[in-house]
Design a protein around this ligand. Structure first.
Ligand SMILES: Cc1cc2nc3c(=O)[nH]c(=O)nc-3n(C[C@H](O)[C@H](O)[C@H](O)COP(=O)(O)OP(=O)(O)OC[C@H]3O[C@@H](n4cnc5c(N)ncnc54)[C@H](O)[C@@H]3O)c2cc1C
Length: 456
């Protein structure tokens, strides 16, 4: 019987192990997990910390018993410390510090990512936190339960920063966000980011963009955070959420090649340059479907798909990863912001001739109560009419996620903006319009793009 070892037990690792076992029930599948939380949804941490999810145990996608019942031999609190690729062995250190070897025929590396620790003086002080693992969340929770802080500062206004701003506001805290870039949420178009910022300020989140935090010091009044441009603020807790980096050292030491963003280089089958070794999830690079190139886009959705493919292929299959589009959706209080594909600047940099249009419409017929506005910006290529990307901002009740998914599906199928006008989308007055807001945007885009062409 041949054997598969999977290093990592989060989204990518568990998908790989489950799929491999499904494909070949005779395969011996063993999973090494550095922590005690296999298959937990770290995407849910902001909602656990807000109190909306009452118990961290509810974040488990599957229980340990369910994973084991699938025939997977799980070793928790077991950190892989070396891959001996020549001898097909993984050396792991267990909880009791004992080292043990696992022999594999095929190996999947799914070691994920870790929080970037920016070079800020004082980042190691007590009451300064990062947020990526279950343990990180327990530290924050314990601090909040013990000290009942009233003032928080979040470094980084990406999607996790935004989710945490809301999470901490649930506790009535005074929340400030500091972002070194000129706008919050740099993955969406600046105009939508600007609107979102105004909304966050209405929700009493103080936002400081274009400010780089330099140092944190403890004073009698609390943690004093210093930034450039004379920024100073005293708070009770600091949360640094400025992005992640791939955990790829294990792979490097085994002679496995790295690619984009120092993530493990993989082909479309999630195979590394080393025979019999696959990689998936946040530790690996991602094939960008639209740009037809490797990129680094660490997201749970991608980790699940890549993990499944790595598992399939490690068990003898030949499944191809169809690529990411960077599709993302974030709830921010009562609003939802979403994106898919590429923005104008990225399109230009990749040789397209992009044109964008932004419209605000209604999620459903205005005469039916509860209609919500949605702002949608779509970008397409003027030369070919191809849809390239979209950003959306609207109310939680406005089905923003459904709409970004329609656009993601269009991008997946390399559709033109005009194609959007012809798609048979659903309609009933309480839920939509005969011409959905996506189609209205597409119509405006076509008018604008042809005007541009006429005058150029
Ligand atoms: C707060 C937060 C919110 C998020 N929200 C979203 C969201 O809404 N949507 C979305 O798509 N994505 C979201 N993400 C991103 C998503 O969670 C990650 O992309 C996803 O978890 C990556 O899965 P992974 O399995 O590749 O790696 P990770 O989740 O990083 O897991 C790595 C695994 O490897 C193990 N490991 C590491 N090193 C070793 C070793 N040497 N030996 C043994 N085991 C090891 C770890 O213990 C862990 O089990 C969020 C992330 C965070 C932190």
């Amino acid at each position: 019987m041949s054997s598969l070892v999977v290093i990592g037990g989060s989204d990518a690792g568990i998908m790989a192990a489950l799929r491999a076992k499904e494909k070949d029930p005779q395969l011996k599948v063993c999973m090494l997990v550095a922590d005690a939380f296999p298959n937990f949804s770290i995407c849910g941490l902001p909602f656990y910390l807000s109190g909306e999810v009452s118990d961290w145990r509810h974040l488990a996608h599957r229980s340990l018993a369910e994973i084991q019942a699938s025939g997977i031999d799980v070793h928790l609190n077991t950190k892989a410390v070396k891959i001996d690729a020549d001898r097909h062995r993984v050396i792991g250190r267990q909880e009791n510090a004992m080292e043990k070897e696992w022999v594999y025929d095929r190996l999947v590396i799914a070691t994920g990512s870790e929080s970037v620790r920016p070079g800020i003086v004082g980042l190691d002080l007590p009451h300064v936190f990062t947020l990526h693992t279950m343990e990180d969340s327990f530290r924050v929770k314990e601090f909040m339960d013990t000290y009942h802080p009233s003032r928080a500062l979040i470094i980084g206004a990406g999607y996790i920063g935004l989710e945490m701003a809301e999470s901490l506001r649930h506790h009535g805290m005074d929340v400030s966000m500091v972002e070194q870039l000129p706008a919050i949420l740099p993955t969406i178009d600046a105009n939508l980011a600007h609107k979102l910022r105004a909304y966050l300020e209405v929700k009493n989140v103080n936002i400081h963009t274009g400010v780089r935090v330099q140092a944190i010091e403890r004073t009698a009044a609390g943690l004093l955070v210093h930034g450039d441009k004379n920024f100073q603020r005293t708070v009770d807790m600091v949360l640094a959420v400025v992005g992640v980096r791939p955990v790829s050292e294990l792979a490097v030491n085994a002679g496995i090649a790295l690619g984009k963003g120092k993530a493990i280089a993989v082909d479309r089958f999630m195979a590394t340059n080393h025979e019999d070794i696959f990689a998936a999830g946040d530790c690996a690079e991602t094939y960008h479907r639209l740009l037809d190139t490797a990129t680094y886009l660490p997201l749970g959705t991608t980790a699940h798909k890549q993990g499944r493919i790595a598992g399939e292929n490690a068990a003898g299959g030949h499944m191809k990863f169809e690529g990411s589009l960077g599709t993302q959706v974030v709830k921010v209080f009562d609003w939802v912001v979403a994106r898919t594909g590429i923005r104008e600047e990225e399109a230009k940099a990749n040789g397209y001739d992009p044109f964008s249009i932004e419209i605000t419409g209604w999620d459903h017929k205005v005469y039916y109560p509860g209609a919500k506005e949605i702002t949608i910006r779509i970008t397409g290529d003027k030369k070919t009419g191809q849809l390239l990307g979209a950003s959306l901002l609207g109310h939680l009740d406005g089905a923003v996620a459904k709409r970004v998914d329609v656009l993601a599906m269009a991008l997946y199928n390399r559709m033109t903006v005009e194609n959007l006008l012809h798609v048979d989308l659903s309609y009933t007055p309480p839920l939509g319009s005969p011409w959905d807001v996506i189609q209205m945007a597409a119509d405006e885009w076509l008018k604008g793009a042809s005007l541009r062409l006429d005058h150029s």
